[in-house]
Write a protein of this length. Sequence first.
Length: 104
Amino acid sequence: MIFVLLRSIFSHFIKIDTQNILNKWLGLALGLLRGYFIGGLIIFSMSISSADYFKNSAVHSYNGRRLFEVTPGVYSWLWNNVASKFMADEKYNPTVGEAKEGFK
């Protein structure tokens, strides 16, 4: 009886609703976007590696070029629109531009 009473009090204060279809689709879209960005980070790190095997693998991979363009683009946008406003003394990282030129 005590546990039934506790459960009824607990369920009275906390309501759990099922997710609607919009939340599921937005979650899927954000998950795909995050996966695309993480893939870009992996390809970018492979391209700036000192090992030639990783560089060649990144350049010659099927989606390497498309995934590689994500990381410098996001970094440039974040730097120009957000980070440079708060860190006026800092400079744009030239390694990003060098890696972008070296990847082509």
